[in-house]
Structures are given as C-alpha cells and as structure tokens.
Write a protein that binds this ligand. Sequence first.
Ligand SMILES: Cc1cc2nc3c(=O)[nH]c(=O)nc-3n(C[C@H](O)[C@H](O)[C@H](O)COP(=O)(O)O)c2cc1C
Length: 307
Amino acid sequence: MSCNLTVEIAGVSFKNPIFVASGTFGYGLETQELTDSSSLGAVITKSITRHPREGNPPPRIVETPSGMINSIGLANMGVERYIDTVIPRIDEIGTAVITNIAGFSIDDYLYVMEKLEACKAPICGYEINISCPNVEAGRMEFAVDPELTGRLTESLREVTKKLLIIKLSPNVTGIASIALAAEQAGADAVSAINTVFGMSIDTQSRSPYVQTNVGGLSGPAVRPVGIACVYKISRKVNIPIIGIGGITSANDAVEYILAGASVVQVGTANYKNADTARSMIDELELYLAENGIENLSELTGGVIPNE
Ligand SMILES: Cc1cc2nc3c(=O)[nH]c(=O)nc-3n(C[C@H](O)[C@H](O)[C@H](O)COP(=O)(O)O)c2cc1C
C-alpha cells in the first residue's frame, strides 16, 4: 500500500510532514555532511534578526534529565549576511526553506521581512519567533499577550503573501488564546512549542549551569507539554498547527498529529543525531501502511479523548 505523506499548508505543498526546528539545524547548509536535508519536508532556519548577534555569554547549554537547557540568546549572522551568503546557496538545501525571524520591536521584524521580500528570497515562508522581549512594551514578550501577538501578526501579514507561521511559547497562561489572536490577525499557521522555562543549579558551586540563570528547556522532557499545547490550540483555531517539542521518533510525531498537528518539527534530537528527522520519514510511512492509512491528513486531530 502506498501512503501519501505530502501536506499542504495555506496552499504551500511539502513533500512530507517532518521538518527540522529553528536553532537546531543552522541555516540549512551546515548539516550537509551529516544528513540528506533534501528528503525533509522543510528546514526552518535559526532565528534571523535585524543586526548580527553574538548571543548570551557561555556557558549557554546544559544537559538535564531527558532534555537540555539553552540560553543561546538568538546568536545569528543578521539579515544582511543571511541574504549575501545563505540565500544564494538555498538550492543546495534541496527542500522548502522557512526563515525564522526574531526581533525586539515590531519594526525589527518588519525590517527583516521587508529585506527578504525585496530580494525575492526563494523561501516558502516565515516562522515568527515571538518569544522575544518587546522593548517598546517594557520588555514583555510578544508571546504572552494576545494583543501584542495580534498587532505583530497583522503588521507582518501586510508585508508578505508567503506562508506566515507564528511560533508560540508554552510559558503563558492560555496558549490557545494567543493562537486565536494570531489566526484572527491573518496567520496561516501556528507552531508550538518553543522552549519551556528551565533552571538547573550546581549544588557544589551553588551557581546555575547556564550564565543567564534561567534558560529554555527542550527535548523529550517537554514532549507531553507540547502535545497538550497542540491539543488545546486545536480546540480553538482552524488554521494548521505545527507540533514541536521533544520529538525523537515517528511515534512521537504521530502523537502530535493525533493531538491536532498537521506537521511536526524535530529540534533537540538533531544534536544527538542530525539524521534523526530524515530517518523518521520511513518510520512514519511504515506506521501508516501498517495501520491502513492512505493519507496522513486522516490522522490529524484523530485522538479519541476519554469521556
Ligand atoms: C540550542 C537551541 C537553539 C534554539 N534556537 C531557536 C531559535 O533561534 N529560534 C526559535 O524560534 N527557536 C529556537 N529553539 C527552539 C526550538 O526550535 C524548539 O521550539 C524547541 O527546542 C522544542 O523542540 P525540541 O524539544 O524538539 O528541541 C532552539 C532550541 C535549542 C535547543
């Protein structure tokens, strides 16, 4: 039995639902010797900002039970260099590329997107990292406020017709309300989740392991958090949901899809083995064949909740 793994989000077609997550796969070019990125559904780049950023001081990564905490602080080459050095080589990635954008004001996000639109970058869309402090709103993160999320989404929607994905933070009281604000402001999809606040302390030195004290937890430890977020969002919005958080196998991906995701992203697992996402595609096809499912879309939201 042949299974159809292709998925469409707002008119954009992807060869399969296995994407790689922002910040765990570079700009899509660095991993070429480690895996065949052309077989992936899409590659999401590291967050790109208006200016280049060194990020936070080290140490900025620590391993934790079933996961890791990072405080990279959006280290990246900045949009000018991205356009000069990565965009001309984007064909080498061999699959759809989604550029992730971060910023500290609405203007910052607009600046990056307008530059990419102006150079007609051959990318299929944008993922917007809204887990960033807004300097105009007292450093409150865009992600925690439906109004800020809505305003940002609306401003970006005016600039692009390409796929617009808003990436949500789990560090909020009601993630589904933020998703709804993004949908109402014109987002094509939402992705969830970004990292979960985490802290780990060396009991000898009494110092936290990462320099910024608190960082972002990712990996299998956050998977149930991500699945619950996707489930809650799916009850509130109609746009497609991209599931992220602790995915290491096709079975993990299916859990997210049953909870309501149309596609998934693999993040931290890439650090262990950059070939993880690619190997999941065959595994997923096998799962579908074994379960007599012809189209992946039949699975989306297929969870049978307990009464
Ligand atoms: C080292 C590291 C760097 C990350 N950098 C970014 C980033 O630049 N932009 C972003 O939107 N998410 C970033 N993330 C979050 C991931 O894309 C993902 O949402 C999160 O880690 C949960 O997925 P996972 O458990 O599969 O890693 C980063 C995660 C890690 C571990």
